[in-house]
Design a protein around this ligand. Structure first.
Ligand code: ADP
Ligand code: MG
Length: 473
């Protein structure tokens, strides 16, 4: 009887809770525990870009309601992380049945002064820039149409599209980072093309950080900084490429910081590219660094085989060249360093065929690229890879050849196989032999598995990247 009674009481209480939408202490505790685990579960980069702002809003009838500041974030979290977060929550508290992500903006209303600034006529940028060559030309080939999307660049691409499709500024700044030759500049130019096409009135300024610095120093020398400031404050969209260049350049950073703040205040879009995440950039002032991470930080990761192959197919169509699939597959497999080199290799083959008037074949391709591929071979051996990986993951070198299957040794072994495939010209059976006489299907499986894990987990990908750099750099 007392049991039944207490049941009734509990139900009554939970209805009250539901009506007030206040999370119970148990739910609060469960959510706090989940939140603490997010970083570990999804890796540092994902955590920082997406999950950190999650905040518990309400709880009712088994629905956990958490908020994020923007719609874009909500959509992305919804499609990428929500299922796992719900799973984690259910493990902590079986009452939780659903996860609802809502957008709660803490936008500040414009004050009068802002409105006045926004309403004033636009400065005549042509007049202002007459003796300053500030914006850099755009490459007409770097359009959205020509940009091939894969898992490794999906986030950056989605964010770039969002910037051009959104009437308001969706996030400020958009910060795109990644290694060389993987499409940062291409994406920025694509945004600029698209905005100019949609609205020719808009002033879109694209330039490298190097150019910004050069012009700033020039303005300082010519005692013309007012004009310089005015120009930069009259743009609608400012894109600065390769911002790592101003690391350690204090006065340029200072000037950029002010420009940045002024534009953000006027609600103008800023887009920045860099080779590293804001938190990893050295020589950048702390205030600027934290500002850079304010908006959306999107990385482009090293390309996967599939993306490389898709890109090659697209380039073949653009070139209207007669190239067999086997050649594209060969290139996608061998030229893994970056997309620029991949493109370079393709162009070389096409040019060679043009000059020699011979068709492109797998044999001719192998010949032409021999230098390039041989230099890859010469640089790195499977033994080196095994040693480096064992050292990094703190396992015994002999475990590279052993049959132990514990995750703690099997995973590093798979990473070593993956790197052997990526960094050497050895075939799958050759690699298998080097790993204690394993079958080529085992190697293939390892390569796929590691690619998959790298796609899913930015922290893991970064870790593998560290080993790769230690080997190649
Ligand atoms: P980054 O600025 O990152 O160093 P770029 O944007 O200059 O690299 O890209 C290098 C080359 O690779 C360019 O020719 C670019 O068009 C091409 N490229 C990079 N990513 C893609 C992609 N996803 N689809 C098509 N081409 C790409
Ligand atoms: Mg670039």
């Amino acid at each position: 009887m007392s049991n039944a009674n207490s049941n009734v009481v509990t139900m009554g209480a939970s209805f009250q809770q539901a009506d007030s939408f206040e999370p119970t202490p148990e739910i609060l505790k469960a959510w706090t525990a989940v939140y603490k685990e997010l970083r570990n579960e999804f890796g540092e980069a994902v955590y920082r870009s997406w999950l950190k702002p999650l905040s518990l809003q309400a709880y009712y009838h088994g629905t956990l309601e958490v908020s994020v500041p923007t719609r874009f974030m909500r959509d992305w979290i919804q499609s990428h992380y929500a299922a796992r977060i719900l799973e984690m929550s259910m493990e902590k508290n079986a009452e939780i049945k659903r996860l609802e992500i809502v957008v709660v903006q803490n936008s500040v209303p414009l004050d009068e002064e802002d409105e006045e600034i926004l309403a004033r006529p636009k400065a005549n940028i042509n007049e202002l820039t007459a003796d300053y060559d500030l914006s850099s030309p755009l490459d007409p080939r770097f359009t959205f149409d020509n940009f091939v999307v894969g898992k490794t660049n999906a986030l950056a691409h989605a964010a770039a599209r969002r910037v051009v499709e959104c009437d308001k500024v969706p996030f400020n700044p958009l910060y795109i980072y990644g290694g060389v030759g993987i499409g940062k500049t291409h994406l920025m130019h694509a945004i600029a093309h698209q905005i100019r096409q949609q609205d020719p009135e808009k002033v879109v300024m694209y330039l490298s950080a190097e150019k910004f610095m050069y012009q700033f120093v020039r303005a300082l020398r010519g005692q013309d900084t007012m004009k310089f400031k005015e120009i930069f404050r009259s743009v609608d969209v400012l894109m600065m490429d390769d911002i790592q260049f101003i690391a350690g350049k204090e006065s340029t950073q200072e000037e950029f910081f002010h420009t940045f703040n002024a534009l953000v205040d006027y609600n103008k879009q800023i887009i920045i590219s860099a080779d590293k995440a804001p938190s990893e950039m050295n020589g950048i002032d702390e205030r600027l660094r934290s500002r850079l991470a304010w908006g959306l930080v999107a990385d482009i990761q090293q390309s996967s085989y599939d993306l490389r192959l898709d890109i090659l197919h697209s380039k073949r169509a653009l070139l209207q060249a007669d190239i067999p699939d086997s050649v594209l597959e060969f290139l996608a497999l061998k030229v893994t360093s970056n997309i620029r080199e991949l493109e370079g290799a393709l162009n070389r083959i096409v040019a060679h065929a043009d000059v020699s008037k011979n068709p492109v074949t797998l044999e001719s391709t192998q010949d032409i690229l021999q230098d390039m591929l041989r230099s890859h071979d010469r640089r790195i051996t499977i033994d080196e890879i095994q040693r480096k990986v064992a050292e990094h993951y703190n396992i015994k070198l002999t475990d590279m050849h052993s049959s132990r299957r514990a995750r703690s040794v099997a995973r590093p072994r798979q990473i070593a196989m993956y790197l052997a495939k990526q960094l050497t010209a050895r075939s799958l059976p050759e690699i298998g032999r080097k790993f204690g006489g394993r079958d080529h299907t085992t190697v293939m499986h390892a390569v796929r598995k590691i690619e998959e894990l790298m796609d899913e987990d930015a922290g893991f990908a970064q870790d593998v990247e560290v080993v790769r750099r230690a080997l190649t750099g």
